[in-house]
Design a binder for this molecule. Structure first.
Ligand SMILES: [Zn+2]
Length: 102
């Protein structure tokens, strides 16, 4: 989850840098915001898709919940035994069949 936070900070930094660069390029800082926002949205969309793929969810609006709940870490519920845990696989039975619990 720290990695996701780092990515958000990196994409923000890139956006700010591009705002500055495009602002100089166009001589109008307000125009630099447009491509920066596009890039920022692109990166956050990519990160959300990656997070969703890692959760093993087939869509269903889980992405937004994942973004909001990302700060404290996402809990999973093992489908095989019902154990609640954090991380990749169930520590009780070792199953990777899990669903996110918000
Ligand atoms: Zn289990």
């Amino acid at each position: 989850m720290g990695q996701q936070m780092a990515w958000i900070i990196i994409s923000l930094a890139i956006s700010l840098l591009l705002t500055w660069l495009f602002g100089i390029w166009f001589g109008m800082p307000i125009l630099g915001i447009i491509p920066s926002i596009a890039i920022f949205i692109g990166i956050s969309y990519y990160m959300r898709k990656r997070a969703m793929a890692r959760m093993g969810m087939g869509g269903g609006g889980g992405g937004f919940g994942g973004m909001l709940g990302g700060g404290g870490g996402i809990n999973y519920i093992c489908i095989a035994c019902g154990h609640r845990f954090k991380g990749g696989a169930c520590p009780r039975c070792g199953s990777k069949m899990r669903r996110a619990d918000f």
